[in-house]
Design a binder for this molecule. Structure first.
Ligand code: ADE
Length: 473
């Protein structure tokens, strides 16, 4: 459960604003909690005063440090909890920041009033200063509510429908396309014919074109970003087998381009997926690779490279080899037959089974609890069942590759693994993705299974590297 604490002089404003509709329902179901705390309850002033004049003069009153600091201590118990001060002087709030905050288990929002808050309290408790736009409101409650709404709807389970948070404005740098509902004709205007055609690929193409036109007209800044990504995808496609991981990360709207050199014809590319803190890099020579490694964000947890010298450069920089892999991709558009029929998307009720059997290759089964939990709640895991009992699973990793395949010994040799893979491939094709995955070098059984399904292998070898924490070096 994600906990939101809101430190404010007007707690009832927060509870009225967020207590109903989708966010209110999520709080009612216990998926999130909303704890609005009245800062005034913490003042040591006998008359309940929380503000005073600013030293040096100037208009208005300032919220004093003591009640703010004590209210903060009361909700955090002194623990380091991400604390957001909402202020017009902050960094402008974006969907990216919402995604980042949505990964926290607990957040404190500090709402100012009057002319602001004594700087000493801010220095002690605040980790992020955020603004909702270049205009000034009378207090921080509305901005805090705006941010909480944007963050909470990204938390699994808050929106009923899993995919609705994905295909919408600001996903993939394009604004959403226009939408229509009944009747077919209203005040003389008909719904565009293509939407009535039932032809899914034509509908998708029309929507993409509408999104492009809309974005180009209304948000040229976003459109420039989109075009840059499309250009890079096109160039990477000259070596599709070696580059599919980067192409998919870009086209699914996950990666940011941290570096690419157009003069070098994309022989130097650094992508970073903020959502899962994974970087992907490729470079033709050591020198370029060194400079790409310099650009890796400090929070990077894993890096995927496709050259041995890139691996060696990262080994000198706090990274350790997680494994060597073959990259396999499925380039056809047709869906695959699924022989074993009893396969479905997993829910948290299936967690214990996956947790028991899933091992990420180095740590062995039963160790990756948080990752399994996160993958199931992202709707990215599918299970196979025999007579109602689960016997295996497959999943999509957070950076987008297909993997996590497992079938219990006793049930092997019945085509269940192939069916699980085929099922996952089909789910990815439905979304317009190109399925790809990484098979550990030496795992010929898995490689053959993929080849039988129609996967091709990239010429290059791939290494996953993981950041080694300083205290483990
Ligand atoms: N407080 C007052 N105006 C604000 C804004 N635009 N963003 C965040 N906090 C605020």
């Amino acid at each position: 459960m994600t906990k939101f604490h809101i430190l404010t002089l007007f707690p009832e404003m927060i509870l009225h604003g967020l207590g109903s509709s989708i966010i209110g329902r999520a709080a009612g179901k216990g998926i999130i909690s909303l704890n609005a705390v009245n800062i005034r309850d913490y003042t040591l002033d006998r008359h309940g005063k929380v503000d005073d004049y600013p030293y040096g003069g100037g208009a208005g009153m300032l919220m004093q440090a003591q009640p703010v600091y004590d209210a903060h201590r009361a909700v955090t118990g002194g623990a380091a909890v991400r604390t957001i001060y909402v202020t017009p002087q902050g960094t402008p709030f974006t969907q990216r920041m919402a995604e980042d905050f949505a990964r926290e288990e607990e957040l404190v929002f500090l709402c100012g009033h009057y002319e602001g808050i004594d700087e000493r309290a801010l220095e002690k408790v605040v980790t992020d200063q955020v603004s909702i736009g270049d205009y000034v409101l009378t207090g921080g409650e509305l901005p805090a509510m705006v941010m909480i709404d944007a963050i909470a709807r990204l938390i699994p389970g808050v929106l009923g429908n899993d995919s609705s948070a994905e295909e919408e404005s600001f996903y993939n740098d394009l604004l959403e396309y226009p939408q229509y509902s009944r009747p077919e004709e209203w005040m003389g205007t008909r719904v565009p014919e293509v939407l009535l055609s039932g032809n899914h690929s034509k509908v998708a193409a029309w929507r993409l074109e509408q999104s492009r036109q809309r974005t180009a007209g209304r948000r040229p800044d976003l459109y420039a970003k989109y075009q840059k990504k499309q250009q890079l995808i096109k160039r990477l496609s000259a070596q599709k087998r070696n580059n599919i991981h980067m192409m998919e990360s870009l086209s699914r709207g996950r990666a940011d381009i941290l570096y690419t050199d157009y003069r070098l014809n994309e022989t130097a590319v650094l992508l970073y997926d903020r959502g899962c803190r994974i970087a992907m890099m490729t470079a033709l020579d050591r020198e370029t690779c060194e400079s790409l490694a310099d650009l890796l964000p400090a929070e990077t947890e894993m890096v995927l490279v496709s050259e041995a010298f890139a691996r060696d450069i990262l080994l000198k920089r706090q990274y350790a080899v997680f494994g060597e892999f073959s990259q396999m991709l499925y380039t056809r558009r047709e869906t695959l037959p699924v022989k074993h029929k009893d396969i479905r998307q997993l829910t948290m009720d299936d967690f214990a089974y996956v947790h028991k059997w899933y091992g990420d290759g180095t740590k062995g089964p039963g160790t990756d609890e948080d990752y399994v939990r996160e993958r199931i709640s992202a709707g990215a895991m599918f299970g196979a069942f025999v007579d109602g009992r689960q016997v295996g699973f497959v999943g999509m990793h957070d950076e987008g590759s297909l993997g996590m395949l497992f079938v219990e010994d006793f049930f092997r040799g019945r085509g269940i693994a192939a069916s699980l893979e085929a099922y996952a491939v089909n789910r990815m094709l439905e979304r317009g993705w190109t399925p790809y995955g990484h098979v550990a070098v030496g795992n010929t059984v898995s490689e053959r299974l993929q080849e039988r399904l129609g996967f091709y292998k990239a010429e290059k070898s791939f290494w996953w590297l993981e950041k080694v924490l300083a205290n483990r070096v």
